[in-house]
Design a binder for this molecule. Structure first.
Ligand code: MD3
Ligand code: FE
Length: 224
């Protein structure tokens, strides 16, 4: 079966990965021209960079952020900040089209009133991977994380609540969205090393947008 046939067969379907976790196939495709247009000035203002982990490693995935809060990592640890440590300026604002897509997807996965304040943008080149981890730097552990896949495919690993729990492999294609919240929010997850491929619009790379509610649930003005 070719990739194209596989993609078009699944288009528009909703797969359940867990009690409160869904894959929405092709959900971002109608937003694509606007999404890509909005992405360009973000990466110009806040370029993709390889972060260092507290353990002394350099991440193979390059990242940037938009929205009020952005995720960063260095030798002292992981955290969300209001400013880009590279420039000292606020992270680029979250484009209206990003927010609309994230809210639309959350709704389709039964999460209402979603108000993400952070969008972490990951860039994978062939060979980049993300080891199994939990996302535990957000102050809110119920609100969903909405993930938008762009470019070449990836195999996502969806694990359990223990690092060693068996993980399900989920192939993700350009335009697919995954939504995880509630009881599935703290599950371990990762991305297998990306296989080399060439995407017609994005070239030899995968970009993933992950929307999060990182600040306090009912929004405070505390500078982080
Ligand atoms: C599953 N990013 O940035 S989607 C990350 O494709 C991250 O770039 C991956 O994991 C990527 O932290 C995977 C995001 C994701 C986020 C939170 C989750 C998947 C999740 C929480 C529970 C289960
Ligand atoms: Fe994660």
């Amino acid at each position: 079966m070719t990739l194209d046939l596989f993609e078009s067969t699944l288009m528009g379907t909703r797969e359940r990965l867990g009690q409160q976790a869904y894959v929405l196939r092709g959900f971002a495709l109608p937003y694509m021209p606007e999404l890509l247009q909005a992405l360009a000035p973000i990466q110009k203002q806040a370029p993709f960079r390889h972060m260092h982990t507290p353990g002394g490693y350099t991440m193979s995935v390059a990242l940037t952020n938009c929205g009020r809060l952005g995720w960063t990592s260095d030798h002292t640890g992981y955290r969300y900040t209001c400013r880009d440590p590279l420039s000292g300026l606020d992270w680029p604002a979250m484009p209206a089209t990003f927010l609309a897509l994230a809210q639309d997807a959350a709704q389709a996965a039964e999460f209402t009133q979603y108000a993400p304040d952070a969008c972490l943008i990951n860039r994978y080149l062939p060979g980049s991977k993300l080891s199994m981890h939990q996302d535990r730097n957000e102050k809110n552990d119920y609100e969903p994380i909405v993930s938008v896949s762009l470019g070449i495919p990836a195999i996502f690993l969806f694990g359990g609540h223990q690092r060693n729990d068996k993980a399900t492999r989920v192939p993700l294609f350009h335009g697919d969205i995954v939504v995880w919240g509630g009881v599935d929010r703290m599950r371990y997850h990762g991305v297998l090393p990306i296989k080399d491929a060439d995407h017609l619009q994005l070239g030899r790379q995968r970009t993933n947008l992950t929307f999060r509610t990182a600040g306090l649930p009912n929004s405070s003005n505390t500078k982080m």
